[in-house]
Design a binder for this molecule. Sequence first.
Ligand code: ATP
Ligand code: MG
Length: 432
Amino acid sequence: MRQSQLFTKTRREAPKDEVSKNAQLLIRAGYIHKEMAGVYSYLPLGLRVLKNIERIIREEMNAIGGQEIQMATLHPSEVWKQTGGWDGVDVLFKIQSRTEKEYALGQSEEEIVTPIAQEYALSYKELPLAIYQIGQKYRDELRAKSGIMRGREFGMKDMYSFHESQEDFERFYEVAKEAYLKVFSRAGLDAKVTEASGGAFTTKLSYEFMVLTDAGEDDIVYCDMCTHCANTEVAEAESGGTCPKCGEGTLAKARAAEVGNVFDLGRKYPEAFGYTYKDKDDKDQTPIMGCYGIGTTRLMGAIVEVLSDEKGIIWPESVAPFAVHLVALNAESAELRDYADTIYSGLCERGIEVLYDDRSLRAGEKFADSDLIGIPYRVVVSEKTKEQNTFEVVKRRTGEVTYHSEEELYASLPPAGGPESSLSGTEQTATI
Ligand code: ATP
Ligand code: MG
């Protein structure tokens, strides 16, 4: 895409009403637009990042047999009354229509997905079943000061599974945990798995996926040697102590953001809706249910918090809005522009996603914008590269500079979506 055509612009000053780094950088670089506290619109660059995050999640959910659907976000009040959520869920947004009918905005979708499963999965032959969606959620959060990490409207992937037995649920729980760790590592983050109580849902065990960042709202202790990690709300362990799991490492305390979690819901929702299926002996049984969330917009915010420096954002290749930022210097010269255009076409023809800075601006301004926007590779095209047929490629993350001929340049840059992307990712092939 030509940057001269991109309708968003960068800005030097951080917005005064934002305290979080993620919102400041994303607004300055033109990724998001604030509507009010906790509510943001996603602009062209921001939407590209969000779609990349969603693609990674979709691929991993499909790989474990999840079937994607899109559920309604405007909910009838009846289903929420049936489960007790209408009065019991404090963050639920309630709406009254002009005909005095009441509705809820989806803050989670157990009330919608359980009746859907109940309509189709009526025999043990249809179980296990895992259904997910990626969409908007609405929550009446009291504080919304963490930018896109705590929204009143935000993006979530939520999956729900239904099983014949606790044993089968636990088998899938492990599979889902592994898939979650893949999602976060593909998105460029190191997530730790904590054990925590199931909160409002149940007294059963749940797992939270935590990314270490001061922008988070959770306190955790983790082992410096093994995978042990616990939320300090429930953990007895103190920082500085010896790890209870491996007995060798030392526990450290840290601030973290919960980017995902998985819950054992037991039979709560199927029971609320009177959902039973026929087992092998034709007897009525109530399924066991699990739910699995990932905050897509929070994940985007966490990436910015963890992967940025004083100049701006540093996107991992897998989620970056473009793989390459092609910066043409002296773009006001027609001759130079023609030449830069051929390099741009050369990259595009090879399936490399390029943001092409063809604007007539000073080099310093272009580089500052490029650092702020944070595309993984910057390629400069100038009189010098034209004369010498040598291109300078700067890696945003490390600042490492390499030099390439035109052909080497095309071969050295990554294809769209990064090395791990699979273009057939939307196809459903796996079974749960
Ligand atoms: P938190 O404790 O941070 O409020 P939660 O326990 O309420 O999170 P869930 O209801 O399990 O979270 O939602 C699943 C995921 O959705 C969370 O792990 C988180 O990544 C994301 N999430 C939850 N609330 C928000 C929010 N207000 N804004 C953005 N993402 C959110
Ligand atoms: Mg919450």
